[in-house]
Ligand binder design. Structure first.
Ligand code: 13P
Length: 260
């Protein structure tokens, strides 16, 4: 189970470092409490060295929220994959709906970034998800299939641990209303079958499929209990250690129930 925080454009660097420190401290004081749960935080670029440093003695992985498709060059304000790996960043969120909406990122743009991430051994967390309008028109499945196909076109993945997918219905992000567990499962099953066609069951079955969109401690159990939901990509609830760990506690319960 992968519990990932997307901090988006929140916290300043001292606050981000302090949040990372609280996470590291809690895991070091109760290491057995979260067996089977992998943690990841994705702070803003400028926080990365401080957060990596605060988490250095912990098992928490660190990711960025975007990357440029080129190694270097005249791209004012952009951040490259070599820059990310130089600060020991292991993951990168790509194709988030906020990037698609505010920066007009297309599946082709995301595809170029996914290729670049893989070329530099970064694990892409590829985000897909339909808008409310698309869902109401009955197009949710075809939209998500098209996004998966477009973003992964020509990307070869040989090990499950080299890719993460996140299903984030746009209508559930930041609204306080998550998708119903069955609704989310239905879309995760679509993504899993697409990945199976693309990479074979051996790889596809192990690729973590995260749900994102108003995941909170009170709704995490139902979502994480679904067979094709392997974790969460958590926005606002990842900004406080209590709610972040509250979701992780639900993940542990689900793991225990599944094992029983
Ligand atoms: P919220 O959890 O704040 O809805 O954000 C979800 C998200 O966009 C994670 O990438």
């Amino acid at each position: 189970m992968l519990i990932a925080g997307n901090w988006k454009m929140n916290t300043d660097v001292p606050e981000g470092r302090a949040l990372a420190q609280v996470i590291a401290d809690r895991l070091s004081t109760e290491p057995q409490s979260f067996e089977g749960v992998d943690f990841l935080v994705c702070p803003p670029f400028v926080h990365l060295p401080a957060v990596v440093d605060a988490l250095a003695d912990s098992s928490v992985a660190v990711g960025a929220q975007d990357v440029h498709a080129e190694d270097e060059g005249a791209y004012t304000s952009d951040v490259s994959a070599p820059m990310l790996t130089s600060v020991d960043c292991d993951y990168v969120i790509l194709g988030h709906s906020e990037r698609r909406e505010y920066y007009d990122e297309t599946d082709a743009d995301v595809n170029a970034k996914v290729r670049q991430a893989r070329a530099h051994d970064l694990v892409p967390i590829v985000c897909v998800g339909e808008t409310l309008e698309q869902r109401e028109a009955g197009d949710a499945e075809s939209v998500v299939r098209r996004q998966v196909d477009g973003t992964l076109d020509g990307v070869s993945i040989e090990r499950s641990e080299d890719l993460v997918l996140a299903y984030e219905p746009v209508w559930a992000i930041g609204t306080g209303e998550s998708a119903a567990p069955e609704q989310a499962q239905e879309m995760h099953a679509v993504i899993r079958s697409d990945l199976t066609e693309r990479y074979g069951a051996d790889v596809a079955d192990g690729v973590p499929l995260l749900y994102g969109g108003s995941m909170k401690p009170h709704n995490a159990h139902g979502l994480l209990s679904q067979p094709d939901i392997d974790g969460g990509l958590i926005g606002s609830a990842s900004l406080a250690a209590d709610s972040f760990f509250g979701i992780a506690e639900e993940a542990v319960e689900v793991l225990e129930e599944t094992a029983a």
